[in-house]
Every structure is written in structure tokens, then in C-alpha cells.
Design a protein around this ligand. Structure first.
Ligand SMILES: [Zn+2]
Length: 142
């Protein structure tokens, strides 16, 4: 099980070393869902997902990233100093978000996957798991 997971993980791409290291230490369920997202993106649309952020904090966020229960994946990105492009068409974004939310339903009224931008930043996929999905050894009391 462990070696299978590590093998699959190598397919997720990372924006930087920080994201790669933090993803490697992220909760099992979060990694499983993110690998599922990347696999679905490649199978359906031939697009490899890039993880841009795991625990790195940004201004005015909920704190779920620093708590280690969320990961972001690239959609919009800068092509020069003022122009951006997107990796995904709007219907592809909707397909992937729906796919995860149907497969991993939460019972707390929140969604496991959304597509958004924070404070004028780039649009991206945001994957987030509830505290209840942490394994016992991953719970450190938030
Ligand atoms: Zn996020």
C-alpha cells in the first residue's frame, strides 16, 4: 500500500521544493484525493496538475493551509508581467470539481474541492479535508 502510494505521488508536479516537501508530509486522505485529482486531469484532459501550495500561509485565509489540511493546484498563471493564461477550460474545471465533490462528499456543509482566487491572486483548485478525515496519528489538536 505504502509503496503504491509513493509511486503514484511521483506523478504530481510541484511549483517548488517547499510544496513538494509539505505534500509528502500531508495527511494521507489529502494526498489520496490530490493524486486522484491529478490522475483524473491527465486521463480526461491530458493536463498534468501542479501543486502550488500546501502549508505556506497567505493573507486573510482561513488557516486550513497552515493546519496542513489543504493543497492548491494551478489553473491561472502569469505568462508575462501583466498577462495570465489558464490551463483549463471552464467546463473542465467544473468537471474536475464535481468529480471530487461527488466521490468524497463531506457532511459538514463544505466542499472537498473548489476553484477560486484569494485576494486578487490566481484562480486555482483548492482541495481541503475536514479534521475528521485525519488518521489518529495525524491529529495534533487544532
Ligand atoms: Zn487553497
Amino acid at each position: 500500500m505504502r509503496s503504491w502510494l509513493l509511486k503514484k505521488e511521483t506523478r504530481v508536479k510541484f511549483k517548488n521544493d517547499r510544496a513538494r516537501l509539505e505534500f509528502g508530509k500531508a495527511p494521507f486522505k489529502l494526498r489520496e484525493i490530490c493524486i486522484d485529482l491529478d490522475t483524473a486531469s491527465q486521463k480526461k484532459f491530458k493536463i498534468e496538475m501542479t501543486c502550488t501550495r500546501v502549508k505556506e500561509p497567505v493573507a486573510n485565509e482561513s488557516g486550513v493551509h497552515p493546519a496542513g489540511r489543504a493543497a492548491d493546484f494551478r489553473d491561472e498563471y502569469m505568462i508575462d508581467s501583466e498577462k495570465t493564461e489558464r490551463l483549463y477550460q471552464p467546463e473542465q474545471v467544473q468537471d474536475l470539481v464535481d468529480y471530487l465533490n461527488e466521490k468524497y462528499p463531506r457532511t459538514d456543509g463544505k466542499s472537498v474541492a473548489i476553484h477560486h482566487a484569494v485576494e486578487g491572486g490566481m484562480d486555482h483548485f483548492h482541495v481541503q479535508i475536514p479534521y475528521a478525515w485525519l488518521l489518529p496519528h495525524e491529529r495534533k489538536g487544532e
